[in-house]
Every structure is written in structure tokens, then in C-alpha cells.
Design a protein around this ligand. Sequence first.
Ligand code: ADP
Ligand code: ZN
Length: 612
Amino acid sequence: MPDTNFSFTSPLEILKHVFGYESFRGRQEEIIHQLLCGKDALVLMPTGGGKSLCFQIPALLREGVGVVVSPLIALMQDQVEALKQNGVRAEFLNSSQTYQENQRIEQQVRQGELDLIYVAPERLLTDRFLNLLSQTRLSLFAIDEAHCVSQWGHDFRPEYLQLTVLHERFPEIPRVALTATADELTRREIRLKLGLEQAGIFISSFDRPNIHYRVVPKANAKQQLLDFLKTEHPNDSGIVYCMSRKKVEQTAEWLTDHGYTALPYHAGMETKDRQRHQYRFLREENIIVVATVAFGMGIDKPNVRFVAHLDLPKSMEGYYQETGRAGRDGEPSDAWMVYSLSDVIMIRQMLAKSEASEQHKRVEQQKLESLLGYCETVHCRRHVILRYFGEDAADSCGNCDTCQNTVETWDASIAAQKALSCVFRTGQRFGVEYLIDVLLGKDSDRIRQKRHHEISTFGIGKELSEKEWRSVFRQLLAMDMLNVDLEGYGGLRLSSKCKPVLKGEQGLTMRKEQLVAKKASTKVARKNPLNISHFRSQIAWERWESLRELRMDLARAQNVPPYLIFHDSTLREMAEIGPQTIDALSRITGVGETKLQRYGQKFLEVLQQHSE
Ligand code: ADP
Ligand code: ZN
């Protein structure tokens, strides 16, 4: 039995012939080199950055089997299937298999018939498996999702702490730990807990240049979502995040009524329904999942074209993780969010009511401030995100709403003073609606009853419309000039921050809202990356449609997700270039030798049917 199916001797050859890619991305080549030299590595790369190749290629080049520790069954299955599609000898061992299957695979490991074996940490740590490894020639250990070792992180897995056993028992075998979670604390824990103090550290930029960021003022969220889908993603897969289960259900229903395939996903559903929805999302095209944050971990689908937020996430970390599920394949994708005054009030209230410790609340408070700052920024959104994660970034990215449409600002110092003193004069217990009525000098029974038509701020705000005042209050709340009271009625109180503004010592600049929300959304409407307008010609579009059909048929026949046959990016290149020979087809990105053999002829036939 040869050590691999392939006889390539350099990383670049493997990249080209096995995976069908032209060149390495970012630091991939350096990392591969490090492992080929037998040294350890810690790899920090954003989602979709291309972490897998960093250990897959050295595992193919070094003698022996590469052992990959991965925390999620779904992820393992996907990666193994993707490798098999490329002709790589890979298997996984986990609880979803029968005893016989397990035995067969163990046998293959022992006999050196595999290039890569994926296992869950619990399995790896059993005596049985460790003994198996001692009888086997090993090429490397890859510890995927290495942030699971961190107790402060979001996905702590106690078994990860015991992975130091690998180092102790197999000191000669190089190890690589990989994660997309960047913060300094987690990074330090990974090094310490996995005994990687000597490892080379490879940090990539966390920028996701193919994701377009946009935050839209919320008017009628569902209708806005529908408009967004209609104009930009009529036939795409995507995720819509909502805060509550109820809203998840309602939104999914609404989208279904409007002709979309929208499936709900939240923790209150039966496990089997949840699994079925997740399965369909992975296997079919044009599926929208409407979900609470419970959805996403282990979603490796590369062609998620949009992530929409109908409610505010709790922190920048959460937001970046959720939006990061879009566009793993590097194709243009959207992160779209609607955001309103009532969101800010609600989330501030939740924080205030929380029973967490003071310290914990302070941290949450700060995280919220950063997120609100992001929503209200008049600068490049990408810049704000990357700065938040400690990275230097260009002032303007050209691929976010604020870069594409300069946000107009205005001097809101006087308006802010009026709003704040209205809060003060009415006794710091009323909500926004009431305060605006007072500022506009409305003749209402409630105002008369409270005798607020007699105070100095009554009717002093007639120069702005109701809508403009809402925007002022929203921004004051976002700036933490106002607090929400704890009673739950949304009454506003002054915070200590607003003194200099009230005294006229500090000026305030605010965003000018585009007056009609609808107009704003069409103004920034871009071409949907993969609809007809995106293709150079009518014929390219026709090819794309037919290629997609063929891909779906092939995927169904093998019961695998379509993206494992070819990625969207590969299909799009085929459609644009329209290769007419096998040789020309082999030069398309993502077409390796195995896939060429397996599918080349079929795709070529479709391409020939649509020749120019
Ligand atoms: P991660 O695990 O970092 O989220 P993956 O390893 O799944 O990312 O890679 C993301 C996508 O990028 C995959 O579809 C992968 O095939 C593709 N990819 C990785 N490296 C390259 C490369 N050098 N050239 C082209 N595509 C690549
Ligand atoms: Zn920008």
C-alpha cells in the first residue's frame, strides 16, 4: 500500500493537483513549512481563511497518518467527505458509527492506509485509541477549534485540557492548534494549556474582505427584510437572527408566506426538528434559516450569502462570529442589520435587570457600548470592527454602507440639550414617545394631567419632526447619555455623562438619518453577487443555472451537500469562462484531479450545450 494515493512531493503540487487551487493564501505556506520541519504551530485565522489546508497538506506529505481532533461530529463528517471528494484517504471515528465501522477504520489506521483520521477529544483520550496510536506511524496532530480549551470562551470542552497527553506520549510528533477566536486571553490559554509555549504563532488578519457590512434604521423590520431579500438575495441561502423564539417562528412564517423556504431554529424546538432543519440548510440550496443565536456552531456551509440581524446582538464578538458565517467561500456576501431606538431601550433594560455580579455587568455594559458605537458610527464599519479586535485597519474599505454612502452629520448640540432637559423637567420617568410629545408641544390629556404643558421644554422642539427626535433619542441612548429605568416602562434618566452637554461645554455631532428608509435601502442596494446581473453575459448566467442543476443532482445521488461537489466560486468560474475541453476545465480553480476524473465529463457536457 503506498503512503498516499498521490505521489506529489511539494506543497504547491498538492495544492494544485489535489485541491485544484493555484496559490497559497496568507500564511498557509509558512505554516505548512513549519509542520513539515517537525515543529509546532499555533494558527489564528478567521473563519473561511483556509485553516484546514494548513494541516491537510503536511499530513499528505509526511509519512504516517495525521490525527485531527475536532469537537463536532457535523464538522468532522463534512471535512472528511470534502477530502474524500478530492481523493484523499480520510475517515472519522465518532459515536455516530457502528462498532463494525469503528473496527474497520481502526484497522485502516493501524495498517497505515489513511492520510487523515478525525476524532472527537473524548475518543482520542481513551486508552484504546492512544494504544492504537502508539502502534501507528503518525505524521502530525491537528487540534481544531483550539479555543475550546479556554474556560472563559464560549465553547469550553473540558476534554481539551487533557490533550497535553499527546505531547507527553508522542513528543516527536508536530502539533498544530487552530482557531478563529482571536482575543489575547484565549490565545494565552491555548499556549499554556496545550503546552505550546515553544510553538510558532501564525496570526492572520481577521478581516473578511468579501463581507459587505450594513446597518439600516429599523422602520418595519419584516418588510425591510423582504425588500432586502427580493432585491439582493432572491435565490440564496442565508441566516436571519432574531432574539426571541416567538419572533423566530413569526419571521419564518412570514417569509414562507412570501414564497421563501424559511425554516425556524431555536432551543425550544424538538431536537429532531432542529436537526432536520439544519440538515436541509446544509444539503439544499436557497434555504433561509431563521434562528436564535443557538444556530451556527458547526455550520461549515461555505455559500451562506447573507446574515441578517433583526435584533441587536449582545456584543461585537457575537456580531462578528454570527456575521462571519457568511461567505466562507470568499464570494461576495452580506452582513445586514436593522436597528432601532426600541432595541437600545430593550437591551439596556435587560442589562440593568440582570442578576449577574457587578463586575460581570460592567463588562457586558462595555461590550454593549462598543456594539452601539459600531451601529452609530459615521466611519468605515470594517475599520471599527478591526480596531475593536486590536488590528490596524485602513480608514476606508469601500465595501460597507458608510464607505459607499458618506453619512451626513449635523451639529446636534442644541437638540441634545433640549431633549436632555426635557427628560429632566418631566422628572426622569417618562418614555421616548411622551418626551417627544412634550418637545413638539402636543395637546394631549396626559400632558395636561401632569401639567407638563406648563414646563419650559413644552413645545421647544418644533423644528424637528417626530422621526428626527426619535433618532436624537436613539443616539443619546447609544452614547450612554441616557439610562433606562429599572421598572420596565422604558422611562429615561440622565446619566452622569450628559452634564457637559447640558451645560453647553461639549458639542454633539449626530448621524443624519436618510429621511425615507426605503430610499436608503435602494440607494445602497448592490447587485446580488450571484444573480443574473452579476454575470458578464446572458450565456454565462444560463450555464450557471444548468451547472447548478447538475451539481444538485450529483449531490443528491451521493447524499452529500452540493458544495462538496464544487463550490459556488468554482461553478461561477466555469460559467464565466465556459471551458470546452477537459484540459481547460482542469484549469478552473477548485477542480483537482480526482474531481476532474469523477465529474469532469458531466460538467463538460453541460458547458458544451451552452457554447458560444
Ligand atoms: P476555515 O477552516 O479557516 O474556516 P477552510 O479551511 O474551510 O476555512 O477554507 C475555507 C475555504 O477556502 C474552503 O472552501 C477552502 O477550500 C478554500 N481555500 C483554502 N485555501 C485556499 C487557497 N489557497 N486557494 C483557494 N481556496 C482556498
Ligand atoms: Zn468601509
